[in-house]
Design a protein around this ligand. Structure first.
Ligand code: ING
Length: 315
């Protein structure tokens, strides 16, 4: 059996600090129009897709910081995106900085949602692996203050079943640094995920480890291909890229199959739609053989080591 959906990875080029949300949303609607002419069922947008990557700056004034957050979704500025997607009958995922009230206090998360063709939210995720640092580190060419501006996500990695107009697919999400941690994929693999949507903003230069810079593009694809294969799932990775406020970010948006192969990828660091027809049943042969978790995984062995919490040194 095959359950094919046509997917578009909607890579965004640079967004400068002065760029309005309205201007960015207009770019995203243009990508949705391209997706419509390519027969897309689903489009994935990057992490923090509405603004420049603001964690690159040290800010102390909370009202200034909060100008980069969304208090409601959709809002007046983002409504044109939701309206266009609904009119075109296209589902989409969107990353944004979420400011909300929960448990009687203000909460701030690096969030991503999947919105169905009917405009209803299918799934919501809040970034768990927050890279970088919490305090100002002036030695850096640029800051990476996600730990300062966001809380660690509190929704784990849920897998949600989409409606029939998306082949009743099992969809999961992660954000950026999450893709470097195998646990992110495995938690969803254990739920039978068939497609993971992930947005990222990844600087070319990593100040604490400049020797890694030359491998940025390689590591980007390595982790998504491995995560896809080892969990028998599609992985759609979408960059915000190019030079934002002097900071260069990698592109490399791609669609990786459960086989581990990249089936389509971006060739620019601009706004670019990467399209592939994805059979959500393609992972079944791996889930039923090599990665049949029920038959081949040994969770008791893993748990024993994890619960020891210490290093396992040879006698
Ligand atoms: N960005 C980067 C990422 O994980 C980073 C942080 C850059 C980690 C370079 C390692 C090397 O892709 C975000 N936003 O998580």
């Amino acid at each position: 059996m095959s359950r094919v959906i046509t997917v578009g990875a909607a890579q965004l080029g640079a967004i400068q600090r002065a760029d309005s949300r309205a201007r960015v949303v207009a770019r995203m609607v243009d990508l949705l129009k391209q997706a419509r002419s390519n027969g897309c069922d689903l489009v994935a947008f990057p992490e923090l897709a509405l603004t420049t990557f603001f964690p690159r700056w040290f800010m102390e004034d909370q009202s200034e910081i909060d100008t980069f957050f969304e208090r409601e979704m959709p809002s007046n500025e983002t409504a044109p995106l939701f309206n266009a997607a609904h009119e075109f009958g296209i589902a989409f995922s969107l990353g944004f900085a979420e400011l909300t009230g929960e448990e009687g206090r203000t909460r701030r998360f690096n969030t991503q949602i999947i919105v169905g063709k009917d405009g209803k939210i299918i799934g919501k995720y809040r970034k768990i692996h927050l890279p970088g640092h919490r305090e100002h580190e002036p030695w850096r060419a640029f800051q990476h203050l996600e730990k300062r501006y966001f809380e660690v996500g509190n929704l784990s990695w849920p897998v949600n079943r989409a409606p029939a107009d998306l082949q009743s697919g099992l969809f999961g999400q992660m954000i950026c640094n999450d893709r470097r941690w195998p646990e992110s994929y495995r938690v969803m693999g254990l739920q039978g995920v068939e497609m993971i949507l992930l947005g990222y903003n990844t600087p070319v230069h990593n100040p604490p480890a400049p020797s890694h810079d030359r491998l940025g593009d390689f590591h980007n694809h390595l982790v998504m291909q491995a995560g896809a294969y080892q969990n028998a799932t599609w992985v759609v990775g979408v960059a915000k890229c190019g030079v934002e406020e002097g900071c260069e970010m990698i592109g490399g948006s791609c669609i990786a199959a459960p086989t581990g192969e990249i089936v389509a990828q971006a060739i620019t660091r601009e706004d670019e739609l990467v399209v592939a027809r994805c059979d959500l049943d393609l992972g079944q042969s791996y889930k039923n053989s090599t990665f049949n978790f029920a038959r081949h995984r040994e969770p008791d062995q893993y748990r024993m080591i994890v619960e020891r919490k210490g290093a396992i040194l040879p006698e």
